[in-house]
Design a protein around this ligand. Structure first.
Ligand code: SAH
Length: 428
């Protein structure tokens, strides 16, 4: 069988409906394979300092009749000191503070609940946005670093059947500031000692790594996400001053947006959620594959590597007896190598976190090991990713508000599971 180019065994696929009518407030699951590119809500979050470049902030301050340097002061408080509290703005005259806070720091995220796991080293925060939409972020403390998993959309329209968020449909895209506020508040928590270090460890006082692996498809909310990457990377007082390599944008594989990201010249780490090396199976597991297939997304990912020099991560949730066979590991290695040799990628298999109501489960540890060893034997780097916070539904793919499923949807979903299982075992 050919391992490069388009998969010859590919069946013609009926293109899914890309224009699902937005019904405000609707909370039903998407039909199997149905993509939702238009959100059900369109409201725009109030404008915030973090939406603006430093030059725009200075212009906005001048427009208020104030000297431009006030924008630098506000920016330092926001990005360096992680505060928006008028009482903390001690270098700004008291009578000005309230006006400036109202204009530049409207409250965007209201904490609804917080759950901790792994003895406090993992914390999941549920946020309510200005229009009632819900999103989550997950903070994970490791030795010497803290990773924050952030949401870029409320819900997600990509409908991957093994992912809890994927079942919700897309409620709304987040603004740049709604995404950046997740980071600023996490920094405030760390600075306040709310995420204690273990004995003998130095406390980490700022988020060191960002992964766009919360709710949403970041590249479907392209402009705000590109702005967020710039702002995370820009030195203070423009932004948080984080290194680009410590920021990971994870995508289902929107190839044109990956190519667009190259042109932004912010060399963040790119992760591609592949989950299957063959189009027949990937069409089912990651429905956007019917638009941008395995070959197309691997080409875009390889171009990303060539342009940025950043090794691309391939995400692969190991689902028992679905995509975890040794022959699929081999096909994955063959296709990666055919695209650009062994040096340009790193595969990150992760045991599936089973979603409630689904019969799919994680691969056997022995199968997991065989998958990794098959890749390594072919010369491909591979590391099993750890699954933090699964007991608080804080692990990858577990972030979702409640979703209602009709009987018709359930029947469709079950039919699809049967189809996936048939495809999974076909070639073995
Ligand atoms: N839309 C982005 C970010 C999604 S979440 C993307 O698809 O990449 C980040 C990762 O978690 C993705 O690789 C996603 O496929 C994976 N994931 C989703 N559900 C999962 C589950 N139940 N178990 C393990 N990984 C899952």
């Amino acid at each position: 069988m050919s391992t490069t180019g388009s998969d010859p065994s590919r069946r013609p696929v009926a293109l899914p409906d890309l224009s699902r009518e937005a019904v405000p407030g609707e909370r039903v699951a998407l039909a199997p394979g149905q993509l939702q590119l238009r959100p059900t809500r369109r409201g725009k979050a109030p404008s915030h300092l973090a939406d603006l470049t430093l030059a725009e902030r200075r212009a906005a301050v001048v427009e208020m009749g104030l000297p431009a340097f006030r924008a630098n002061q506000l920016s330092t408080h926001y990005f360096d000191h992680a505060t928006t509290d008028p009482d903390d703005l001690t270098d700004i005259p008291k009578d000005l503070r309230q006006t400036l806070v109202e204009r530049f720091f409207p409250p965007l995220l209201e904490l609804v609940s917080m759950q901790a796991a792994d003895h406090g080293a993992t914390q999941k925060m549920l946020w309510r946005l200005f229009d009632g939409s819900l999103v989550e972020s997950v903070l994970m403390r490791y030795t010497g670093r803290v990773t924050l998993c952030i949401s870029s959309e409320a819900g997600c329209g990509m409908n991957c059947p093994f992912c809890a968020t994927g079942q919700m449909g897309l409620t709304r895209n987040l603004s740049a500031a709604e995404i950046l506020e997740q980071v600023r508040i996490a920094n405030a928590k760390l600075a306040a000692g709310e995420v204690p270090a273990q004995e003998g460890e130095n406390p980490v006082t700022r988020v060191s790594n960002i992964v766009f692996m919360g709710m949403g498809e970041p590249l479907a909310n392209y402009r705000p996400v590109a702005t967020v990457c710039k702002r995370l990377n820009a030195p203070s007082p423009e932004g948080f001053g984080m290194s680009a390599r410590s920021i990971t944008v994870s995508t289902v594989g929107l190839a044109p947006a990956v190519r667009k990201l190259i042109k932004e010249e912010i060399p963040v780490t790119l992760a591609v959620s592949l989950h299957a090396p063959d189009d027949a199976l990937r069409d089912e597991l990651v429905p956007i594959n019917t638009r941008f297939d395995v070959d197309e997304i691997l080409s875009a990912a390889y171009e990303y590597f060539q342009a940025t020099g950043r090794r691309v991560s391939i995400e692969y949730a190991l689902i028992r007896d679905i995509n975890d066979q040794a022959h699929r590991a081999q096909l994955l290695a063959d296709r990666l190598i055919a695209k650009g040799g062994t040096g340009w990628v790193h595969v990150n298999p992760i045991p599936l976190n089973p979603v409630k109501g689904s019969k799919w489960t994680a691969s056997d540890p022995f199968v997991e090991k065989r998958f990794v060893e098959t890749l390594r034997a072919a010369g491909i780097r591979a590391t099993i990713r750890d699954t933090r916070g699964s007991d608080i539904d804080g692990a990858c793919g577990q972030l979702a508000a409640e979703v209602l499923e009709s009987d018709a949807h359930r029947a469709d979903r079950e039919a699809r599971v049967a189809r996936v299982e048939a495809i999974a075992t076909q070639a073995s």
